[in-house]
Design a protein. Structure first.
Length: 426
């Protein structure tokens, strides 16, 4: 690895044209990987994205007792071998690297009866607390102690319970769902998260031998099966709707016409309606989407909501598109107030954005102007890359290790569409 971190360098690009294949979803594959803790043998995942977070989750699972083998063929195959001798401890040095590490809690607790999991730190969980995870598992018979930066959970065997979430938390839904697989009796999860990645996890569990009803709805019903009754399977990871939206946003700020292979219209319907309001033409096809973008988009108002509403992860892309659209758009954050950290970076590029609590008011300008910017997180980093496509001069994005955590060759895929973009050593 080079001692100096790489940068992404972007120049204003003309209309994009061509085809891009959307990789598997980061927000699904990490959870599927954790779920292999439930069964011995070799589980095979296909359509796995080549991203840093998959490697990090692999390291965490290896420490627990599941080894991984990556086969970067056309089908992007990841094989996970659970040898059965699990160590139900997730150490700090691995947990701190990936937020999805919390997803080993449910599988380890229900399989092993105990788990010791490091907490990455109070700040990380300030906006995404694990109290809903813990409360649900306590209702199923688990006991928790928290000390010295670790949470320890124990339960000889969990039992079914009726659990109603105050908020449709994705992480809590996943942990209760996986924990309920071996619980005695029936677990009902009301106000469950409905994201496509949750459905992917449910379908994965059913294929393994779990008994799950209500897939895709806000009420999941899990009838517990005996430990040891699940079996390994081969499963294709659903496509990444956030990556798909990123390429649509890139077409939006530059114009042009692109095809997205594997993209699922039904997974993005609410967002795509807003994109149509902005002047894009989007057509569902048997194997993906076709997207046509005008020379300049028009502004609209957007609000984030739990799925099937517009996800918070889309918001940096939407704000970037509005920054060069005709008119004024208001973006309202209803899920995680204050998550506008990337706005200052967009302002460095000439975007006219003002924020007030839950709201961002974006007054579109004809084009942005290139400048050095830093990616504060995965999605904001991708949005800054998209912004650079609509900026005169040169935009240099640093902190791109964030982007690599969630994007499978973003630079290469954009270059294939005609974007003027490259990675350079620091």
């Amino acid at each position: 690895m080079d001692s100096a971190p790489e940068h992404i360098v972007v120049h204003r690009s003309g209309p994009l044209h061509g085809e891009v294949t959307v990789p598997g979803a980061k927000n699904s594959v990490l959870k599927l990987m954790a779920t292999t803790l439930l069964t011995n043998g070799v589980t095979t995942l296909t359509n796995v994205p080549d991203i840093a977070d998959v490697a990090i989750m692999g390291d965490l699972l290896d420490a627990i007792g599941v080894t991984t083998a990556w086969h970067p063929t056309e089908h992007r195959v990841l094989q996970l071998t659970n040898h059965g001798a699990l160590t139900p401890v997730a150490p700090y040095e691995l947990v701190e690297r990936i937020r999805a590490s919390i997803n080993v809690l449910g599988p380890l607790l229900t399989r092993c009866g105990t788990v010791r999991l490091s907490l990455p730190g109070g700040d990380d969980f300030g906006s995404r607390p694990i109290d809903m995870h813990m409360a649900g598992l306590e209702a199923m018979g688990a006991t928790f102690t928290i000390e010295h930066g670790y949470v320890e959970a124990a339960a000889d065997r969990l039992h079914g319970a009726n659990i109603t979430f105050d908020f449709p938390s994705v992480g809590a839904t996943e942990n209760i769902l996986t924990a309920a697989v071996f619980a005695k009796g029936t677990t009902v999860i009301d106000n469950a998260a409905r994201e496509p990645e949750i459905a992917d996890l449910c379908n994965f569990l059913v294929a393994m031998g779990a008994d799950v009803e209500g897939i895709g709805s806000s009420t999941l019903v899990v009838h517990g099966v005996e430990r040891g009754s699940l079996h390994p399977v081969t499963h294709e990871v659903v496509p990444d709707r956030i990556q798909a939206a990123t390429y649509i946003a890139a077409a939006g700020v530059t114009g042009g016409e692109i095809r997205l292979r594997n993209a699922r219209y039904d997974h993005m319907e609410m967002l795509l309606r807003r994109f149509v309001d902005m002047g894009l033409s989007i057509t569902a096809q048997a194997d993906g989407l076709s997207v046509w973008a005008p020379e300049r988009m028009r502004a609209t108002d957007v609000a984030t909501l739990p799925y099937p509403g517009i996800a918070t992860d889309y918001k940096p892309l939407v704000v970037t598109m509005l920054a060069v659209a005709d008119g004024v758009g208001i973006v309202t954050e209803n899920l995680y107030p204050g998550r506008f950290r990337y706005v200052e970076e967009l302002q460095r590029l000439g975007a006219e954005i003002s924020t007030d609590g839950h709201h961002a008011v974006v007054r579109g300008v004809p084009h942005l102007s290139g400048a050095p910017v830093r990616a504060p997180d995965i999605r904001a980093g991708a949005a800054l890359v998209v912004a650079g496509l609509a900026a005169t001069g040169e935009t240099v994005i640093s902190g791109i290790h964030h982007i690599d955590r969630g994007y499978d060759d973003l630079v290469g895929r954009l270059r294939a569409l005609g974007a003027d973009i490259e990675r350079r050593p620091g």
